[in-house]
Design a protein around this ligand. Sequence first.
Ligand code: AMP
Ligand code: ZN
Length: 113
Amino acid sequence: MECLFCKIVTGELPAKITYQDDLVIAFDDINPQAPQHKLIIPQKHIATLNDLQHEDNELIGHMVQTAKMLAKNLNLADDGYRIVMNCNAGAGQTVFHVHLHLLGGRQFIWPPG
Ligand code: AMP
Ligand code: ZN
């Protein structure tokens, strides 16, 4: 198994895990782009957003709900935060296991780079 994030799911690779349940794991990004930068990943391997199936609707909803919950716990909810999912190389995806970035603790600009 070559997938980096599957290795975090199995515990083969260490990560600073801040939340875990039956469907998802959230951990600190190793190269944070903001004072708070968490990654929320499904325990199940899905390579890119293009591979999502109808049956994954609940899972994706749960990832967003997890981001909302973590943002509240990290006191980001009122000031604001950003969630990002990059799909494929053109958008900057480097790890091919679907993940949701939760970024907060600083001012963001739009459009993103
Ligand atoms: P993306 O560019 O959207 O595919 O995001 C991949 C993210 O995974 C990047 O922000 C990396 O810093 C992060 N990352 C890569 N390897 C690890 C790791 N072992 N533990 C935590 N985060 C990682
Ligand atoms: Zn994987």
